[in-house]
Design a protein around this ligand. Structure first.
Ligand code: 5AD
Ligand code: SF4
Length: 446
């Protein structure tokens, strides 16, 4: 009989994707369970990008300590960015864990589980190899949580060479490395065979896909190659660094009908002085120039962004420039964070830290402004007809369906029949909510 594995995932979409890969790797011996109480193996996939998610990890792992007392053969492991960051140090606070696997080492999970009974001590693997290539791990239908899923993530590159001064990612995800295009295509074809219609390509900086390799397509070429896969209807990608957003990519987005009209383009801050201290390598004028080009070629493009408030040395007038940028760009949505010190980073040692209350005030101000902008933008959809890829039932009621527009806005709608999952339908928007739109079904397109 197969054993059971429970995985708790924190953090970004890449972590979710890594969790799935672990399940695929363990498929011969373990089946996934949603209940940690019945698990033989518990894995916590961790995030350390900001202080808050990192704190959650320790309380989460602590929660399973008592389970191990009841069931001594239970194995507990930590993977992801905190495992990478802390390595052996994890064992000081969490001496009862059996293994810790870093962001490149988790692919060795099977080997580690085989070694464990022979090892008196926990196994900790946190090597980061600059020439690392993640092995191909193909999706396993029986292990996918929702076997009739319509959307899926595919990691195309990982790691980061940019070293923004606040960011831990280059230290915990290692150097940028791109996966071979053939493997990416093979993985996507497999997902499409399983019914997936929309994929989101993942990477810390997808725009620099392939640039360090010889003979690889660049990101625009990769998008065009992927778009030739029959049965795949929509392509999304995240994250894009503004400095690497080329005219060519903007043109590809405008011309290739499978590429969705949404771009996540982290601004981080609106003041050139702060951007320089952040080592972002663009000015607000350069950023705005790219936004203007995007809007000129793709008039309905939806932009979203990440904002950090209270970066060391950020003055009131700098912060106001961030607010000004939100008013000019008019993002569909923003993800905003209070700056927090991260280990290894340059900004950790900057002396002019902004007090916590001030960071809190700026966070509230930026969120308040964005709320109004989002509401106004959503209101503009009312009365329009939009194409929606149906992902399933609406989360609030089972007599409505849910899907997204090409601009990545959630639409809940009523329809005469409800078996439309996986179909592309036309919906008329009748009402705008705070986080989603409401509409009625008009017709099925595909
Ligand atoms: N403090 C606050 N926010 C941060 N981010 C990254 N590092 C930090 C930090 N030290 C935010 C950035 C990034 C997002 C994933 O997390 O906005 O784009
Ligand atoms: Fe972090 Fe900057 Fe790399 Fe993004 S581009 S992962 S913010 S270092």
């Amino acid at each position: 009989m197969k054993k059971r594995v429970y995985v708790k995932t924190f953090g970004c979409q890449m972590n979710e994707n890594d969790t799935e890969k672990v399940l695929f790797l363990l498929k011969d011996e373990y089946i996934p369970t949603d209940n940690p109480e019945e698990a033989d193996l518990i894995i916590i996939n961790t995030c350390s990008v900001r202080e808050k998610p990192q704190h959650k990890v320790y309380s989460e792992v602590g929660r399973y300590k008592s389970l191990k007392k009841k069931k001594p053969q239970l194995l507990i492991g930590v993977m992801g960015c905190v495992a990478q960051q802390e390595g052996e140090n994890l064992l000081v606070r969490l001496p009862y864990i059996d293994f810790a696997l870093g962001t490149q080492s988790f692919y060795r999970i099977k080997e580690v589980l085989e070694q464990l009974p022979k090892n008196p001590n926990p196994i900790v693997l946190t090597e980061l190899n600059p020439n690392f290539k993640p092995p191909l791990v193909l999706p396993e239908e029986s292990l996918i949580k929702d076997p009739e899923r319509v959307t899926a993530f595919v990691t195309i590159m990982q790691g980061c060479d940019n070293f923004c001064s606040y960011c831990i990612v280059p230290y915990v995800r290692g150097r940028e490395t791109s996966r071979p295009p053939e493997e990416i295509i093979e993985e996507i074809k497999r997902l499409v065979d399983l019914g997936v219609r929309e994929i989101t390509l993942l990477g810390q900086n997808v725009n620099s896909y392939g640039l360090k390799e010889t003979g690889y397509p660049d990101f625009s070429e990769l998008l065009n190659l992927i778009s030739q896969i029959e049965g795949l209807w929509r392509i999304r990608f995240t994250t894009s660094h503004p400095k690497d957003l080329s005219d060519r990519l903007i043109k590809t987005m405008a011309e290739n009908p499978k590429i969705c009209h949404h771009l996540h383009l982290p601004l981080q801050a609106g003041s050139n002085r702060v951007l320089k201290k952040m080592n972002r390598k663009y000015t607000k004028e350069e950023y705005l120039e790219k936004v203007a080009k995007l809007k000129a070629l793709i008039p309905d493009i939806a932009l979203t962004t990440d904002i950090i408030v209270g970066f060391p040395g950020e003055r009131e007038e700098d912060f106001e420039e961030t607010l000004e940028m939100l008013k000019i760009v008019r993002y569909h949505e923003i993800f905003s964070f209070k700056y927090s010190d991260r280990p290894f980073t340059a900004a950790k040692n900057f002396t002019d830290k902004v007090p916590e209350e001030e960071k809190e005030r700026r966070l509230e101000a930026v969120q308040k402004l964005q709320k109004t902008i989002t509401e106004e933008i959503y209101q503009e959809y009312v009365g329009k007809e939009v194409d929606v890829l149906v992902e399933g039932f609406s989360s609030k009621s089972k007599d409505k369906l849910m899907g997204r527009t090409t601009t990545n806005v959630i639409v809940n709608f009523s329809a005469p029949r409800l078996n439309l999952k996986g179909r592309l339908v036309k919906v008329k928007i009748e009402e705008a909510g705070k986080h989603s739109l409401k509409g009625i079904y008009l017709q099925t397109l595909k």
